[in-house]
Design a protein around this ligand. Structure first.
Ligand SMILES: NC(=O)c1ccc[n+]([C@@H]2O[C@H](COP(=O)([O-])OP(=O)(O)OC[C@H]3O[C@@H](n4cnc5c(N)ncnc54)[C@H](OP(=O)(O)O)[C@@H]3O)[C@@H](O)[C@H]2O)c1
Length: 246
């Protein structure tokens, strides 16, 4: 008997890491629910794959979040990857961090609040799946270890208080970690894992980053496929699976 196709839902799937993850899962013959904004611009190879389901999803719009859950009613989701994210300045090289309440709130909504609401809304779908896994694409910048001068990895920029300057993005990732780990504690039947994808060349990471999205996505998909042994419950790991201090 053929095994049923597994399904992953990925937010922010039109660009960057989200797109690379979608391509990687399609290569593994998974079904991909690709969610994001301006999905009419999604590249053809993913759009035209018969295993892709496209979902327009603006994460700051509560009605859109609820409509997405309604559209997916009864659809099993094996793995939910909360990948979409928003930075707190125009580029990684800028120290001009957003200062208005509206802009700060938007970063927190996209990076932490919407991912938790989505996990809550899609709980019935996760229960219908077989893997019962929620992944949060987090960041070393969201760790207290990094803020306090510990926990640097090969991509970090040294002790220049970068995380403190970019407190909006960093704190929103800390909030993501907390919100998803709390979700896992409230729903012990669901496994929650936080993954730091490393510094990648994307709209958020900029052009000088050492990693391509393909390199990071390949490693992350390997971790997810072997999550029973390689992804610890309720922990933050880097893209190679190494546990990081929160
Ligand atoms: N690049 C790095 O070095 C790095 C390092 C650590 C962690 N991360 C994390 O990796 C994840 C992917 O980011 P990336 O580097 O691949 O950058 P990216 O290409 O800019 O991807 C971010 C995605 O999130 C989507 N998004 C932003 N606001 C949204 C909203 N309101 N509603 C729905 N979708 C929204 C973006 O859509 P639009 O294009 O329409 O805005 C985009 O598709 C993020 O969570 C990021 O924080 C990245």
């Amino acid at each position: 008997m053929m095994a049923a196709m597994k399904t992953v839902m990925i937010t922010g799937a039109r660009t960057g890491l989200g797109l690379a993850l979608a391509r990687e899962f399609l290569k593994k013959d998974w079904g991909v629910i690709a969610a994001g904004r301006r999905m009419d611009e999604l590249v053809e190879d993913v759009r035209n794959n018969s295993n892709t389901t496209i979902l327009e999803l603006e994460l700051t719009d509560e009605a859109a979040l609820r409509a997405c859950a309604e559209k997916l009613a009864g659809v099993p989701i094996d793995v939910l990857i909360n990948n979409a994210g928003r930075y707190d300045s125009s580029s990684v090289d800028s120290d001009e961090v957003v200062t208005s309440l509206n802009d700060i709130t938007r970063v927190f909504t996209v990076n932490a609040i919407a991912p938790r609401l989505l996990a809550d809304l899609l709980l019935p779908n996760l229960a219908l799946g077989t893997e019962h896994l929620v992944v949060g694409i987090s960041s070393g910048m969201g760790t207290f270890a990094r803020l306090q001068g510990r926990g640097f990895d090969s991509y970090s920029r040294g002790t220049d208080n970068y995380e403190a300057t970019h407190w909006v993005y960093s704190a929103s990732k800390t909030a993501l970690n907390y919100a998803l780990l709390a979700f896992g504690i409230s729903h012990p039947e669901i496994k929650v894992s936080l993954i730091n994808p490393g510094w990648m060349r994307t709209n958020i990471g900029g052009k000088d980053a050492p990693l391509s999205t393909e390199e990071s996505a390949q490693q992350i998909v390997e971790l997810i496929l072997a999550h029973e042994t390689r992804l610890p419950q309720s922990a933050l790991v880097d893209h190679s699976g190494k546990i990081m201090e929160l």
